[in-house]
Ligand binder design. Sequence first.
Ligand code: MG
Length: 219
Amino acid sequence: MNYELTIISDGRRLSIGKMLCLGKNYVLHAKEMGSEPPSQPVIFTKSRTAFLSNEGEVVIPSISNELHHELELVVVIGELMRNVPEESAMDGVLGYAVGLDMTLRDVQSRAKKRGEPWAVAKGFDTSAPIGEVVLKGDIPDPHDLQMALYVNGKTRQQGYTGDMIFRIPFIISYLSSIFTLEPGDCIFTGTPEGVGQASSGDRLDAQIQGLPSLEVEIA
Ligand code: MG
């Protein structure tokens, strides 16, 4: 298994670092999960071993019977950052990619009820498919992108990155006050509404305007 992102413009490869992920960063998704929109960011992590490249297979661990898809814009970090202000946060961004925050919803629901962490529900191997990276300069406004996820050709999620509750400069500044950000780190910025189940044999086609599509199959 290689844990490397590909930069689409020059074919360069970049070793993946940690993954920092936002929960409930779109109002309508927070509502569909039965929650109010959060007043401060909800953060969880996935390790680099969760990475899956384009055209890979998502494997559902035997402890779960309910895998869900969450379509997300991924921000790829290009520079070491610690305690950066919002004003200069974008300087450390390398680029963007399409991501899927694959989630064991049954495991997560049990964890929520018991007040336990989400590490298993969110961080299992293959839970983080990420497509090829487009450099920052080729995406004039990351908050002006249409998003869509198709399962076996049918539309499941549609969204707009402008609907994020916490926006990218704030997210980077906030995260950098807690975690050192390093080149290759990936930030999952949350999913719009329409999350749902994906089953063995399903083919997922994830699209965000201006980025190469990400296609995976459920094993
Ligand atoms: Mg998510």
